[in-house]
Design a protein around this ligand. Structure first.
Ligand code: ADP
Length: 398
C-alpha cells in the first residue's frame, strides 16, 4: 500500500464518479464514470494513462456493480493494493458535521438524518458508501461534506428571519454548498500570496453550473450566498438565485402551477437558460450575445450585476478585503465576465490588469489586478484533491 493514494468517490442516484489520486502530488492516476445506473443500459468508462475503456454494466446495473467493476479495473492496472483510503463526497452534513470524518455506523446514521436537507443526494451517497465499504472493506472510508466548511458561520448570517421555532423544528437555516471548493481555494490563496490563512480576508466566487459567493475571514466562513438549498444567491446556469418567495403564490394564481412545477422552474428552467432562452452554458450564452442576441446579453449582465452586488455585500461579512478569488468553470475561464465584474467593483479599489486577466485562463492561477490591496486572483478549484487530502490525513496516510 502506498502512503498517499486515495480513491475519491462521488456517488449520485444514477452515477458513480471515481478518481484515484495521489494526495501528495495531486496526480490523477485513474478515473472512471459509471452512468445510467439502475437502468438496463448502465455502463462505466475508465480512463487510465490516456486510454479509455468502456464496460457494460447491464448484468449488475447498480452502485455495487459499478464499484465492483471499478475494483476489477484497478486490479488490472495494479492499482488496487496501492489505495490506502476511500474519500466520499457528501452534499449535506447539516449542523452535525463540521469537518470530514471516518465512516462508522454513527456517521451513517447522522448522514441519514440529513436526508431531509438533501433528499436527492444523501440517499445516493449512502448507497455509494455501502457499496464501496463492501467492495473496499479493508481500508478506511472518509466522508467529506460540501456544507462542513460553512459551519463556522455566525448565527446572524445563517438565521433566516422566519419564526424561530421553524429552525428548531425542521433545521430551516442557511447551510451553503461548495464548502470543499472554497476551503481548497482559500488555502491556495494564502499559499500563493505567501500569507497566513488565519490573517486573510477573502471573498471566494465559485462560478460553475452552480454558483456561490463565500466570505472567508481568517480561515473561517463568515457568510455564503447559497442557503437551505443551492437555489439561493447568484444567478446560475438554470437556477434563479435570489427571488421574492411570493413567486410561489403569484405563479400559482397567475398560471395555476403547483409547488412542484414552480420548484422545477426555479431550479431547472431559470438562470442563464431562463433569461437567454439559449442555454445554461455560460460559453454558449456568451457566443450568442456576441452574435447580437439581446436576451443572451441581458442574461450575462444580470449574472454580472448580481455577482458584483454580492461580492460587495460579502465585504460586510469580512470587514475588509484582501483578495477576491474567482474559481469554477466560469470564474477560471471567462475574462470578459471578470473584467466586467471588477469594473463594477472599482469603488472597492479593484483595478483589472487586462494582460494578466487574459492570461489566467484554462487552468492557470494568478493575480489579475493592477491593484494589490485589494487584489483579485484566479485559482482553479480541485475538490477531489481536497477530499483525497482529508481522507489521507484521517486514515493516517499523510
Ligand atoms: P460544474 O458546476 O458542473 O462543476 P464547471 O465548474 O465545470 O461546472 O463550470 C461549467 C461552466 O463553466 C459552464 O457554464 C461553462 O460554459 C463555463 N465555462 C467553461 N469554460 C469556459 C470558457 N472558456 N469561457 C466561459 N465560460 C466557460
Amino acid at each position: 500500500m502506498s502512503d498517499s493514494i486515495v480513491l475519491v468517490l462521488n456517488c449520485g442516484s444514477s452515477s458513480v464518479k471515481g478518481a484515484v489520486i495521489d494526495s501528495k502530488t495531486g496526480e490523477v492516476l485513474f478515473s472512471c464514470l459509471g452512468e445510467k445506473l439502475n437502468l438496463p443500459d448502465a455502463f462505466i468508462t475508465f480512463k487510465y494513462q490516456g486510454e479509455k475503456e468502456v464496460e457494460d454494466l447491464s448484468a449488475h446495473p447498480h452502485h455495487t456493480g459499478a464499484i465492483e467493476a471499478m475494483l476489477h479495473a484497478l486490479e488490472r492496472h495494479g492499482l488496487d493494493k496501492k489505495i490506502g483510503a476511500v474519500g466520499h463526497r457528501i452534499v449535506h452534513g447539516g449542523e452535525h458535521f463540521k469537518e470530514s470524518t471516518i465512516v462508522d455506523e454513527a456517521v451513517i446514521d447522522n448522514i441519514q438524518k440529513c436526508i431531509t436537507l438533501a433528499p436527492l443526494h444523501n440517499p445516493a451517497h449512502l448507497l455509494g458508501i455501502s457499496a464501496a465499504r463492501n467492495v473496499f472493506h479493508h481500508i478506511p472510508h472518509i466522508v467529506v461534506f460540501d456544507t462542513a466548511f460553512h459551519q463556522t458561520m455566525p448565527d446572524y448570517a445563517y438565521t433566516y428571519a422566519v419564526p424561530f421555532e421553524l429552525y428548531k423544528e425542521t433545521g430551516l437555516r442557511r447551510y451553503g454548498a461548495h464548502g470543499t471548493s472554497v476551503r481548497y481555494v482559500s488555502g491556495e490563496a494564502a499559499r500563493m500570496l505567501n500569507r497566513p490563512a488565519d490573517k486573510l480576508a477573502l471573498v471566494v466566487a465559485h462560478l460553475g453550473n452552480g454558483s456561490s459567493i463565500t466570505a472567508v475571514k481568517n480561515g473561517k466562513v463568515q457568510d455564503t450566498s447559497m442557503g437551505l438549498t443551492p437555489l439561493e444567491g447568484l444567478v446560475m446556469g438554470t437556477r434563479c438565485g435570489d427571488i421574492d418567495a411570493s413567486v410561489f403564490s403569484f405563479l400559482h394564481e397567475q398560471k395555476g402551477y403547483d409547488i412542484g412545477e414552480i420548484t422545477e422552474i426555479l431550479n431547472k428552467k431559470s438562470g442563464l437558460l431562463g433569461i437567454s432562452g439559449v442555454s445554461n452554458d455560460y460559453r454558449v450564452v456568451e457566443e450568442s450575445a456576441d452574435t447580437g442576441n439581446r436576451r443572451a446579453a441581458l442574461a450575462l449582465e444580470v449574472f454580472a450585476y448580481r455577482l458584483a452586488k454580492y461580492i460587495a455585500a460579502m465585504t460586510v461579512a469580512t470587514g475588509h478585503l484582501d483578495a477576491l478569488v474567482f474559481t469554477g468553470g466560469i470564474g477560471e475561464n471567462s475574462k470578459t465576465m471578470r473584467a466586467n465584474v471588477l469594473e463594477k467593483l472599482g469603488f472597492l479599489g479593484l483595478v483589472v490588469d487586462d494582460k494578466l486577466n487574459a492570461e489566467m485562463r484554462f487552468g492557470k492561477a494568478g493575480i489579475i489586478t493592477a491593484s494589490q490591496n485589494p487584489l483579485a486572483m484566479v485559482i482553479p478549484t480541485n475538490e477531489e484533491l481536497m477530499i483525497a487530502q482529508d481522507a489521507a490525513k484521517l486514515a493516517g496516510l499523510a
